[in-house]
Design a protein around this ligand. Structure first.
Ligand SMILES: NC(=O)C1=CN([C@@H]2O[C@H](COP(=O)(O)OP(=O)(O)OC[C@H]3O[C@@H](n4cnc5c(N)ncnc54)[C@H](O)[C@@H]3O)[C@@H](O)[C@H]2O)C=CC1
Ligand SMILES: O=C(CO)COP(=O)(O)O
Length: 324
């Protein structure tokens, strides 16, 4: 499909990659960022040098710092880090009311202990919402490499429309109505990716990483089922698919953060690492609901410095033996 007008909130790596790929496929795209001077420079340069250097914008991408510029879009993609989503919607959500809002962030809000779709319905009650998630690095999307994602929407008609509006020749969207499963899979895989990075960084080996990924997947499924998700969603692109990508690629910021943690190296604090705050949020959620999440709990404790690495490994390895 070509045509249509898409608004994108957040000119980070992901928002910019989606803007470019949708524009190449014929959509008019308005890319919003909060800083007027940066917006003007990006509009002039036709490139996001900070987050996606070397990818030139097609002429049908316009960059703006004025939310009015995206208010008439057929759909608005929210490509902000999870922990700033509620603040953005509290301040600016009104301007977007009536638009279909598609959450593209992966995580659980630390204060509210909910995912992005609940934040949208709380802050913009009139909004019709969906979640876009699944295995995709911004750079791969921007290069036009084949990518398959999950679009989760409770409203069948809206889901089908968005699937058409947001799929391109190289970006294939698979539709589900299991919003809880899609967003929990996307949030939790980042936590497990940090754990996988720790395993590799600490020199524990690839066999240990495979074990960690498998037990982490069991943990993701346990939590998601408790929130009404379907197991098949966890086994799909937004769960297992994204878990595999993120736990095995050095392109992943969550994985690289884990490697740094496991090897005692510093990590640039300006890099977005969604799994760090989400580990704490999910750990709190597990406690509240009485769900056993040993890997997540350990990642949260390591990040907070409540346990050191040798003790964390020892604690996980000395858990009572049980059935798979
Ligand atoms: N980069 C990737 O490969 C992918 C990222 N995602 C998800 O997309 C979301 C965004 O990630 P990225 O674009 O990669 O992050 P990023 O770090 O590249 O960009 C985040 C952008 O948000 C802006 N921002 C931060 N706070 C803001 C606020 N209060 N108001 C307005 N703008 C604000 C920053 O200026 C920056 O441009 C995350 O939840 C991530 O998990 C999903 C799939 C792939
Ligand atoms: O979500 C992603 C891939 O699907 C991006 O992963 P990182 O945020 O770890 O870079």
């Amino acid at each position: 499909m070509t045509g249509g007008r898409i608004g994108i909130v957040g000119a980070g790596a992901f928002g910019t990659a989606l803007a470019v790929t949708l524009a190449r496929d014929g959509r008019d795209v308005a890319l919003w960022l909060r800083d007027a001077e940066r917006a003007w420079k990006m509009q002039e340069k036709r490139e996001n040098e900070a987050r996606l250097a070397g990818v030139l914008f097609p002429e049908n991408v316009s960059v703006t710092a004025d939310l009015d510029g995206i208010c008439d879009a057929d759909a608005v993609l929210l490509c902000l880090p999870m922990q700033v989503l509620s603040g953005f919607l509290i301040g600016s959500g009104k301007a977007l009311s009536g638009r279909p809002l598609v959450a593209c962030c992966k995580g659980i809000d630390l204060e509210r202990l909910t995912g992005p779709s609940a934040i949208i319905s709380n802050e913009v009650p009139s909004a019709r919402s969906a979640v876009l998630t699944g295995p995709s690095f911004a750079a791969d999307i921007a290069m036009g490499l084949p990518t398959a994602l999950t679009l989760a929407c409770r409203e069948a008609g809206l889901g089908e429309t968005l699937q058409q509006q947001l799929s391109t020749a190289t970006l294939r969207l698979y539709l589900t109505d299991d919003v809880a499963g899609a967003e929990l899979g996307g949030a939790l895989k980042n936590v497990i990716a940090i754990a996988a990075g720790i395993v590799i960084g600490a020199g524990l080996g690839e066999s240990a990483r495979a074990a960690l990924m498998t037990r982490g997947y069991a943990e993701m499924t346990r939590l998601a089922l408790a929130f009404g998700a379907r197991a098949e969603t966890l086994g799909g692109l937004s769960g297992l698919g994204d878990l595999v990508l993120t736990c095995t690629s050095a392109q992943s910021r969550n994985f690289r953060f884990g490697v740094a943690l496991g090897s005692g190296q510093a990590f640039d604090p300006s890099v977005t690492v969604e799994g760090a705050a989400t580990a704490k949020a999910v750990s709190n959620l597990g406690k509240k609901r009485g769900i056993d999440l040993p890997v997540t709990r350990m990642v949260a404790a390591l990040i907070d410095g409540h346990i050191d690495l040798p003790n964390a490994i020892q604690t996980l390895l000395s858990r009572p033996l049980k059935k798979e």
